[in-house]
Design a protein around this ligand. Structure first.
Ligand SMILES: Nc1nc2c(ncn2[C@@H]2O[C@H](COP(=O)(O)OP(=O)(O)OP(=O)(O)O)[C@@H](O)[C@H]2O)c(=O)[nH]1
Ligand SMILES: [Mg+2]
Length: 447
């Protein structure tokens, strides 16, 4: 039985207020037998729902024989207990439901640790508070939602042991994060990195599989992806980037989950360019895009250039909807990850961003500077190589971005025989600017 209390200011999908909660519940393995809404200015302190509505809920639970009540809101342990007593049915809130899905889907060691941390911090105190009355609640939930937590046995162990376990898990996670951070750093030097981000179910993994050798799991249910995957994406014209796919965003993500999944997101989010994948066929697309922007801000990914991919255009009934989006976001790229449409246009935008403006120049450096030589061989197109006098002179086609990166690394180079900054001024004239922000789509790609 799904329950939502609509409070002023909270987002509601007017056409189908339960669409997201229903999808979450089904993802967790529940079958939905009924839905109940109440509009309130404030939640009731005791049962969140008002008194009359709580009775109505108890009646509905009885007639539908529901074995679990799922709230779209987050309740306090005391409120959950009160509703359980009034309905004689197990109750979970939205955060617990999401945690349950994560627990069920977590496949990697890091994801499992992150889920356990979130559960110990969120579910454990609630189960503890409810412990005294759990036996009185009829039935329990056969689907197991809310029971895959730390486990009832663990409830019995001393609080201090939980704290100890938390410390241990966090240490372990810290080690994994440190290793990941070093990997990401190395990748960012060797390659230009591009991250796919977006609301859950937007089609990130489907797009990822289209663009790379693939291997990402895709599904019509929510949170199909819980860890990050990185593969090479060959853009035509000799450029390759590293593309990453990661866990999706959702509105009102429990802050415990945000904290523990941050490291998973960071891998993608510290990419040098973000592709935001948006399901424009979803009636909630505007809210979903806003959630993506807000989440990116929250996790400190506000500065990279972004490309907006308007996905699932194959599902739109007519072009007008797409035109509305393009009107609002003229630089966005309409795509269909499933049908493979618009991917060339997307690659073109990324290519422009990877290179900045490309020029052919002669770069000289000491032959001992293997790091710079390796960078040029990997990241620029080398047309000619001359060595002598302890100097290497490479003739390269190179983008402004790569030159800036070399200088940021402190490389001792000369370009066309000049001080590199002077050469940049002459060759590329003018300050750095983002090609993405000013690359309008060719009209032919807009249909
Ligand atoms: N019709 C259509 N369906 C698509 C398209 N792209 C993805 N889908 C479908 O949308 C669903 C979700 O796709 P995923 O690629 O798993 O989405 P995701 O963004 O990775 O989702 P999470 O990993 O759960 O966050 C799947 O059923 C896909 O087949 C598209 O362009 N058109
Ligand atoms: Mg995915």
């Amino acid at each position: 039985m799904l329950v939502a209390v609509h409070l002023p200011g909270r987002y509601v999908d007017a056409s189908d207020p339960f669409s997201e909660l229903r999808a979450l519940a089904e993802t967790a393995g529940a079958e939905v037998v009924g839905e109940l809404i109440q509009n309130r200015r404030l939640p009731s302190g005791k049962t969140y729902l008002g008194k009359g509505k709580t009775q109505e809920l108890a009646g509905l639970v009885g007639t539908t024989a529901a074995s679990l009540v799922i709230f779209d809101n987050d309740l306090s342990p005391a409120q959950i207990r009160a509703v359980e007593e009034a309905t004689q049915c197990k109750v979970v809130d939205r955060s617990e439901l999401i945690l349950d899905i994560f627990a069920n889907r977590a496949a990697t060691h890091a994801a499992k640790i992150q889920v356990e941390i979130a559960q110990l911090e969120y579910t454990y105190p609630r189960l503890r508070a409810m412990w005294s009355h759990l036996e009185q609640v009829a039935g329990g939930a056969p689907v197991g939602i809310g029971t895959r937590g730390p486990g009832e046995k663990q409830l019995e162990i001393d609080r201090r042991l939980v704290q100890q376990r938390l410390r241990q898990l966090k240490r372990e996670l810290g080690r994994i994060q440190g290793r990941k951070a070093r990997e990401v750093q190395r990748r960012n030097i060797d390659y230009f990195t591009v991250g796919l981000v977006g609301y859950t179910n937007a089609g990130k993994s489907t797009l990822f599989n289209r663009l790379t050798a693939g291997g990402a799991f895709t599904h019509r249910r929510l949170f199909a992806t819980l860890s990050t995957r990185v593969e090479r994406w060959d853009l035509d014209g000799g450029n390759a980037v590293m593309l990453s796919d990661t866990v999706g965003f959702i509105h009102d993500l429990p802050h415990h989950l945000v904290a523990s999944f941050r490291s998973t997101l960071e891998e993608t989010v510290f990419a040098q360019l973000l592709i935001i994948v948006l399901d424009v066929a979803d009636p909630n697309a505007p809210m979903q895009l806003e959630t993506v922007y807000r989440t990116l801000d929250e996790i400190g990914a506000a500065d990279q250039p972004r490309v907006l991919g308007l996905n699932k255009i194959d599902l739109l009934d007519d072009d007008r909807e797409l035109l509305v989006w393009l009107n609002r976001y003229p630089d966005a790229v309409p795509i269909s990850a499933a049908a493979g449409d618009g991917l060339d246009a997307l690659a073109e935008v990324v290519r422009t961003e990877v290179r900045g403006d490309v020029r052919q120049v002669k770069v000289t450096m000491p032959m001992s500077d293997g790091k710079t030589i390796a960078f040029l061989e990997k990241r620029a197109e080398v047309l000619d190589r001359r060595y002598g006098d302890g100097q290497a002179e490479l003739t390269v086609r190179i983008g402004r971005r790569q030159v800036d990166e070399l200088l940021a690394q402190g490389a001792k180079i000369r370009i066309n025989g000049l001080d590199p900054r002077e050469a940049v001024k002459r060759e590329w004239n003018g300050p750095e600017s983002s090609p993405v922000a000013r690359s309008p789509l060719p009209p032919s790609e807009r249909s």
